[in-house]
Design a protein around this ligand. Sequence first.
Ligand code: IMP
Ligand code: MG
Length: 185
Amino acid sequence: MEELVMSNREILDACERIGADLTNRLKGVSGIPLFVCVMKGAINFMVDLMQNVDMDILTDYIQIRSFEGMESTGKVTLIKDASHRVKDRTVVIVEDVVDTGISMDFLTKHFQELGAKEVIVVALFDKKDARKVPVKIDYVGKVLEGSKFLVGYGLDYRGLMRNVPFVYVPTKDEVAEWDALLEKR
Ligand code: IMP
Ligand code: MG
């Protein structure tokens, strides 16, 4: 590990804080808010966050692809759409990291086109210096400087490390070990 970015305790504290803020924010809205998890990276965050939201909500899952290995490809493909009705609902997008902003720009427009009444954006991490497209993030776990590559707690390198309960920056040697491991199977 090169750097611990967020311990599991810090992540759970952020989920508690954001969950309470969202509960306050959403109490007045008409209709049941729809929380949409962006797969696969935000699955861990979605699970811990939604348990801190103290009201009736609907949950959904959308899957897109924009990253290959350690880099954003700059184009977004929709792999699986949300399945609940979006029209006239408040949609809360739950994302792991906003990096270039290309994915979140795509998702925000997608839910607006589907007729969402309002789109609220939640991200565990905001890599603010990496932005290529401006996006509005309403609630954030931690703002990061520079452009570090992160793994753990849903964040992956070629599908690995999602099961680690904290978030860290891997060393080059660790990444080389994972490449070697994936070669073998
Ligand atoms: P963007 O479209 O460039 O903002 O990228 C956002 C998506 O890329 C996120 O949903 C993540 O799945 C992935 N991503 C961005 N940064 C990282 C990282 O440091 N580690 C793992 N995945 C990342
Ligand atoms: Mg993601």
